[in-house]
Ligand binder design. Sequence first.
Ligand code: HEM
Ligand code: HEM
Length: 216
Amino acid sequence: MKRVIVDGLLFVLLILLMGFQVLPKPLHEALGVVMGVFVPLHLAWNAKWFSSLGRGAWNVRRIISVVVNIGLTVSFAVALVSGLAIANRLFPGLFGVAWQRSIVAHQAHVAASYWLLIISGLHLGLHWTPLWTRFVRWRGWDVSSMRYHIGVRRAKVAIFIFGVAGSFLHRIGDRLLMKHIFGTAATKLPSPAFLLVLVAIFGLYAIIGQKIETNR
Ligand code: HEM
Ligand code: HEM
């Protein structure tokens, strides 16, 4: 249960941090640091996974999960360190003024954050089936019913369409490539709609991650 709460908090923190424009700037910096505390906690609770890396056979599933976890660690570390370097509210000039003003550090911060959003989506998708099974059992839903299947399919189609549309609206490709972008059509949306665009982009990759997991 503790783990599910931390996983949920990580998700909420990630979306709030990605929705930079929606929050006061000092709060963004504070939440970034909070995420810097929760991720090691999440890793500590999953320590078994690291200790088991040296044992057992290697299959495609294992390789994918290692690549995804390395991607997560690197993108998170770059987002956190570059964030502290460019901080100008709570920790101004922490690494010196040159870093604080560095365009490269700003662009690295944005690119790493968007890589983190996408890879986190894949990561949750790879873990989705057991979490969803527990949730469905708790709700007492009849998984063999037509209603359930239609509901799940509709939700997936909606997330997919909004995720793809949101990726274009928010120019995700350009952000991942470190291009310098100010506003996008998505940032002009009302705050709740902008946050939903970010959730849909995350969800799109979670659907892909779950597909990889179930088709392996
Ligand atoms: C930000 C950096 C993150 C890193 C480095 C990380 C790393 C890991 C590792 C090493 C594991 C165990 C190995 C595995 O089975 O893949 C794991 C499990 C898991 N992670 Fe993450 N993770 C991160 C973020 C997130 C986020 C944002 C979420 C939620 C949206 C999440 C959800 C999960 C879930 C559901 C599991 C399965 C075990 C559990 O419930 O704790 N992780 N993560
Ligand atoms: C790992 C967690 C973090 C994520 C996912 C994240 C994400 C973001 C995003 C998406 C932006 C908006 C970029 C744009 O579209 O222009 C941003 C900007 C910013 N972030 Fe973070 N951030 C994180 C951690 C931090 C930390 C720890 C700090 C400082 C302590 C920080 C400081 C800043 C600053 C100063 C900006 C403004 C950059 C500018 O002026 O262009 N961030 N962050």
